[in-house]
Design a protein around this ligand. Sequence first.
Ligand code: FES
Length: 149
Amino acid sequence: MEYSQKVMEHFRNPHNVGEIPDADGVGKVGNPTCGDIMNLYIKVKDGIITDAKFKTFGCGAAIATSSMVTDLVKGKTIEEALEVSNRAVAEALGGLPPIKMHCSVLAEEALQSAIADYYRRQGLELPEQLRHIQKHDEDLHEKVHGSGE
Ligand code: FES
C-alpha cells in the first residue's frame, strides 16, 4: 500500500494533538469494524472555529486525517466547516489508498459530531446536514456526560 508523502508527514508529526478542556463542541465517533476511535474538540468564537484538537486511537490514516481535518477547519466559520468532506480531507493529504478512504469518513463524522454538539450547547436547532446524526449524537452525549446532568 502506497501512502502519499503528506499522509506520512501528518502521521509522523500530527498537528493539533490533544484535548481542549473548555471546548465548545466535542465529537466522538468510532468505526465498529476496525474499532478505531476519534475524539475531536472545537473552540468557537463569534461563529468561527478558533481552535481544533483531536485524540485518535486508530490507524495511520485515521491519525493523518484527524491532523488534516483539524488544520482545515481552523479559522473557518461553522457553516464553512460543515462543507469540509472526507474527500476534501483526503485530497488535502494528496489522496488515500482506496481501502483507507473509510478512515477519512471517520474524520468527517468526528467533525460533524463536534459541530452538532456545538449547536446543541448553544440551544440551536441542527442544520439540515447534521440531522442524520442527531439521534446517534444524543446517545453519545449521554455516554460521555452522563444522563444526570
Ligand atoms: Fe480504522 Fe483506519 S483502519 S480508521
